[in-house]
Ligand binder design. Sequence first.
Ligand SMILES: [Zn+2]
Length: 433
Amino acid sequence: MDCMWTDATFILFWLHVYTWLPGHCHLYNNRYDGDKVIRIVPKNDIEAYELKALYSKLQVDLWQPSSLSYIGKDTVTDVRTSNNSSQTLLTYLRNSNIQHTILVNNLQKVIEKQNVSGTQRYRRSLSRYNYEEYHSLDEIERWMHHMNKTYPHLVSMFSIGKSYEGRPLYVLKLGKKASRFRKKAIWIDCGIHAREWIGPVFCQWFVKEALNTYHLDPSMKKILTLLNVYIMPVFNVDGYHYSWTTDRFWRKTRSKYRFNCFGVDANRNWKVKWCEEGASLHPCDNTYCGPYAESEPEVQAASQFLYKQRKHIRAYLSIHSYAQMLLYPYSYQYEAIPNYHCVASAASNAVHALQTAYGVLYQHGPASSTLYLSSGSSIDWAYNNGIPYTFAFELRDTGYYGFLLPESLIKPTCTETMLAVKNIALHILKKCR
Ligand SMILES: [Zn+2]
């Protein structure tokens, strides 16, 4: 019978409807079709100089390192290029015999394959929140309200201000309420850079693990009894939202001053050696320091909060990706910090703890010499304002997936990072001289 509504025709019907639904178009309007990510290593200063001029002309998106100023001889550089400019760049590399590898051949295809936009995903209830998925800003905020309501004895939630586009800047405070003494604290922020999606995932993972293991794990019990942990899952809320809706590789905030380009690098905007080495004065650059220090309301709100709490906060942690590094001050100079031995041993122990999970190796050291010189960074600001332990984590990986770390790697990445963060928390409870 022709018109019988069999299972097969039913499926075909839905496939047909599905492909014509307005939501089923290419993610991000197919803007990354043909984009490549190419790893390039100049072997001498002349090659580096010529490449930098070409990157600038082609307006490539630097993934690692984040600014042209960091590129020199032997610098491993991951660049994203559009379909047109990648042909120019590849021809140049071949003709000049410069070492390079194509890490991603068609970025759009990788994004489509991962399809984590959330629009077509089945929405689970908040009590069955999936911590092994990337979540939109809206989902993360609803989750924060839910955690605040569900664990009133261990969690409180507040906003430290408003973003440029007027969104609240929410922070969760975790810890057993103490009546007799003022507790020491740790601050963890994630998502200063919008495209580093593994950051906000880790902040949520930390909260989940802390609350789930509080009664089972004596070290977690100790941490939450003796310390308050402030968690800011999405620091750069406007940028993060934009990275979900419009440009997956957006890094900066979304402010607009008197220029054609949007956004400021929220990790170059702090009032510490503002806009000196390793930051750009050009509003279109990814490391633009802003028109003045703390021009970004997100940076201003966080620095005001941290400054008020500086006598209690013993450690400041900022979660980034990607590089697999644990960095501490200074970023802006090569000089060692006064309590170098305490901080360096905390970092070394944390990295060893991390490695015990899956054998993943992290480099550790001062940000200036381990990664590159940068001014106006949050770890330098926090350190210079009296917080004795300040770290920036650069999570997985080292460039194979880069900012598109697949969801299947969320669990191992967060599990190992959790060990490092707990190790630091326990370290600061001990005296170090
Ligand atoms: Zn970052």
